[in-house]
Design a protein around this ligand. Structure first.
Ligand code: UDP
Length: 413
C-alpha cells in the first residue's frame, strides 16, 4: 500500500518510540492539542473520522480539546467523552458561491480567526490540528498564535481556484500535512517531507456482529425476498447516486427481486439533486424499487440487510469510509476505480472496481454479485480480512499519535 515518495508514519513511530525511551524514564508531560473542525455538511466522513481519532488518543500522553461550530451535532458526544469543547460560528468558504455568501464568509473571517487564536493561546495549546482542507480559519489562527499546525486533508482538490489557494496555505503553514489516502497525498506534493499519509481507519468491533435486520426491513418497507443493494453517502452529484439510478434497470432485468436503498442526507448546497433523482426514478419506471432512507445512524443493521454495497462516486473518492465499513461487515463492494477505492479494494479479489460514471459497468458488476451469492459471500470474507489487516482505527490513531509526538518534539515539548 505504500507509495514511493510519500512517507507513511510507521517507520517514524518506531524511531521516535525508541529514542524517547532512551532519553528518559520519567513520564513525559501531556501534549495539549486543539482540534479545530467544522464542515458545511456535518455528519459526514470527516466528522466521524475526527471523533474516532480524538476519543481514542491516549489521555496519558495527550490532552485534546475541540474548537467546533456550535451547531455541530457531535458537541454533546465530545463533552460526554470528557473532552472540553470551545465553539465558534465558522462560516464555510465553500458556501461563498454568490455575493451575499462571499460577503458573510469574508466579513466573518478576521473575527473568527482572532477568537480562535485567543482560544489557542488561552488554553496553552501546544499543537493545533486542523481538520479538512477548507478550515482556513483554524490554519490562520494557529499561524498567528505561533503554534505548530497539523493539517489533516480529507479532500482531493486540484481544480478550483479556492482549492489551489488552500493547498498553497497548507504547503506554507503546516508543520505536517496529513492525507487520508495516497490519492489525497498526491495533491500535497508541495509540502515535501512534511507530507504524511495516514489511511483512515474504522472500528471493527462495530461490524463484528451484525444485528437482526427484521425491524429495519419492516421500517423501510422491504420484503424478506428483496435482494438489497445499499448505497450510503451524502446525496450530491459527485457522490454519483445518479450513476447507480441509471444502472438499476439493467440490474433489475438480471435480478428482478432487487431493491436499492439510498442512505444519506442531501448536501446543503445541492438541495435540488434528490428531487431530480426521484424524478428520474419515476421516468425509468423504477420508483417502486428504490428507497431513499435519509440520514441514518444504524449502519451495521443496514449492512445486515444488504447483499451488495455500491459506492458509485462520479469523480475520485478521497478515501471512502463506507467501503471499509462494508468490508468489515463482510459485504462485497462495487466502487469507482478512482482515488481511495483503488487503495482499499483489490479488484475481483476483495471487491469490484468499475470506471467512473459508467452505469453499464456498474450494473454488470452488481448483477454478477447478485447472480452468484456464494462467490459474493467469499469475496465479502476476503474483504473483511483485508479491512482488518489494513484499515482499523487503532492503526490510524497510532500513526497520528506518532505525528503529534514528532511535531511536539520539534518544539521541545
Ligand atoms: N454515514 C452514516 N449515515 C448516513 C450517511 C453517512 O452513518 O446517513 C456515514 C458512513 O457510514 C461513513 C460516513 O458517514 O462512515 C461517510 O464517510 P465517507 O468517507 O464514506 O464519505 P464522506 O462523507 O467523507 O464524503
Amino acid at each position: 500500500m505504500k507509495k514511493p515518495g510519500i512517507s507513511s508514519t510507521a517507520s517514524i513511530a518506531t524511531r521516535r518510540g525508541s529514542s524517547r525511551s532512551q532519553r528518559s524514564v520519567s513520564k513525559p508531560p501531556q501534549i495539549r492539542i486543539l482540534f479545530c473542525h467544522y464542515t458545511a455538511d456535518p455528519g459526514g466522513g470527516s466528522d466521524r473520522s475526527l471523533f474516532d481519532l480524538v476519543t481514542r488518543l491516549s489521555r496519558d500522553r495527550f490532552a485534546p480539546s475541540m474548537l467546533l461550530h456550535p451547531d455541530d451535532p457531535l458537541v454533546p458526544r465530545y463533552r460526554l467523552a470528557d473532552i472540553p469543547v470551545h465553539t465558534e460560528p465558522f462560516v464555510p468558504p465553500r458556501r461563498a458561491a454568490d455575493a451575499a455568501k462571499l460577503f458573510r464568509f469574508a466579513s466573518s473571517l478576521i473575527p473568527s480567526v482572532w477568537r480562535a487564536r485567543r482560544i489557542i493561546v488561552r488554553t496553552g495549546t501546544d499543537v493545533v490540528h486542523v481538520n479538512t482542507l477548507y478550515n482556513i480559519q483554524g490554519g490562520l489562527a494557529a499561524v498567528l498564535a505561533g503554534k505548530p499546525l497539523v493539517w489533516h486533508v480529507r479532500e482531493i482538490e486540484s481544480g478550483s481556484r479556492v482549492g489551489r489557494i488552500f493547498l498553497a496555505c497548507v504547503a506554507r503553514w503546516a508543520a505536517r500535512a496529513v492525507a487520508i489516502s495516497y490519492a489525497v497525498g498526491e495533491t500535497l506534493a508541495a509540502c515535501g517531507p512534511r507530507r504524511r499519509v495516514v489511511l483512515n481507519g474504522i472500528d471493527p468491533d462495530r461490524f463484528a456482529q451484525l444485528p437482526d435486520p427484521s425491524s429495519i426491513r419492516r421500517e423501510l418497507g422491504l420484503e424478506k425476498s428483496n435482494r438489497v443493494v445499499l448505497c450510503v453517502g451524502r446525496i450530491e452529484p459527485w457522490k454519483g447516486q445518479h450513476v447507480l439510478i441509471e444502472a438499476i434497470p439493467a440490474v433489475l432485468r438480471a435480478c428482478p427481486g432487487a431493491k436499492f436503498v439510498f442512505v444519506g442526507n442531501p448536501a446543503v448546497n445541492k438541495p435540488d439533486y434528490l428531487p431530480r433523482l426521484e424524478a428520474r426514478c419515476v421516468e425509468l419506471g423504477i420508483a417502486g424499487r428504490v428507497v431513499f432512507a435519509g440520514v441514518r445512524n444504524d449502519l451495521p443493521a443496514l449492512l445486515a440487510l444488504a447483499e451488495v454495497v455500491a459506492v458509485p462516486t462520479a469523480t475520485a473518492e478521497p478515501f471512502g469510509r463506507v467501503i471499509v465499513e462494508a468490508m468489515l461487515a463482510g459485504r462485497p463492494v462495487v466502487a469507482t476505480a478512482a482515488g481511495g477505492p483503488l487503495e482499499i479494494i483489490e479488484n475481483e479479489e476483495t471487491g469490484r472496481l468499475v470506471p467512473p460514471s459508467d452505469a453499464n459497468a456498474l450494473a454488470a458488476a452488481i448483477g454478477k454479485l447478485l447472480a452468484d451469492p456464494e462467490a459474493a459471500a467469499a469475496m465479502g470474507q476476503r474483504a473483511r480480512a483485508r479491512a482488518l489487516d489494513g484499515f482499523t482505527i487503532d492503526r490510524t490513531v497510532r500513526e497520528m499519535a506518532a505525528i503529534f509526538e514528532e511535531v511536539a518534539a520539534s518544539r521541545g515539548i
